[in-house]
Design a protein around this ligand. Structure first.
Ligand code: DGL
Length: 269
């Protein structure tokens, strides 16, 4: 048993979709969340910059004495996980493995679509993992750079969102995939509109839900679960204004977070 917090980070608000699932899956765990709202997006940046930023994020969370770190970001998980795992002793969990395994289990026709930021799609991380598990599975991927700004600005089911979804997903839909990986933690906020566009026969795989389940298994196997019966406490940190994060973040989490978010200088870490 270990009562220390779980550290979760993302480039911005999107990682809260994973936090919501972690809260549901592991209600006793304390969570420290960092959203790099001052430097979002990561998904359009170089690998070097993504690694540099994610090291700042991990260093900050380590100062909070976390027992495990969840990378609630498809981009960092796809491009920096191996480097981070080599450099730090703390257990670090990314979203690629758990999400890909869920997609492999879900597909019947062995056609999986993958959507993510340009950085995630360029890395080929999801494809590589899936092919290594089952070489018969065909994958079709598409980078969706406009999805993150849509989500960060609250466009979940607007006409603009629907138009952009059609533009990015039409080709994947035509390939006949029966499973679609939402390979970015921002995308579950668009899942209603994406689901409507793709149709009922397509299963959407949410990175946040899958990583939350994997986290539970990992904590249990490393005997790190907080089993004191007390409800978890949450704290939130960002690198830019707290207002926007409090408002939209509260909506994502479906809980009040006003007054609980603190701004930090991430460049110091
Ligand atoms: N949350 C990030 C991800 O999952 C997307 C936002 C960004 O580009 O930084 O890839």
């Amino acid at each position: 048993m270990d009562t220390r917090s779980i550290g979760v980070f993302d480039s911005g608000l999107g990682g809260l979709t994973a936090v919501k699932q972690i809260m549901a899956e592991l209600p006793n765990e304390n969570i420290v969340y960092f959203g790099d709202t001052g430097r979002v997006p990561y998904g359009t940046r170089s690998k070097e910059t993504i690694i540099k930023y994610s090291k700042n994020d991990v260093n900050f969370l380590l100062e909070k004495d976390v027992k495990m770190i969840v990378i609630a970001c498809g981009t960092v998980s796809s491009t920096a996980l191996e480097v981070l795992k080599k450099e730090y002793n703390v257990p670090i969990l990314g979203v690629v493995e758990a999400t890909s395994l869920a997609a492999i289990n879900a597909t019947k026709n062995k056609k999986i679509g993958i959507i993510g930021t340009p950085g995630t799609i360029k890395s080929g991380a999801y494809e590589k993992f899936i092919k290594a598990q089952n070489s018969e599975i065909e994958t079709f991927s598409s980078a969706c750079p406009l999805f993150v700004p849509l989500v960060e600005n609250g466009h979940f089911e607007t006409e603009v969102a629907k138009l952009v979804i059609k533009e990015y997903l039409e080709e994947i839909k035509e390939k006949g995939v029966d499973t679609l990986i939402l390979g970015c933690t921002h995308y579950p906020l668009l899942s209603k509109a994406i689901g409507e566009f793709m149709g009922d026969g397509v299963t959407l795989i949410n990175a946040g839900s899958e990583v939350a389940k994997a986290l539970k298994t990992e904590l249990a196997s490393q005997k790190l679960l907080k089993e004191d019966g007390k409800v978890g406490k949450y704290s939130y940190f960002v690198s830019d204004n707290v207002d926007g994060f409090e408002n939209l973040g509260g909506l994502f989490l479906e809980r009040e977070i006003n007054g609980q978010v603190e701004k930090i200088d991430i460049e110091r870490y």
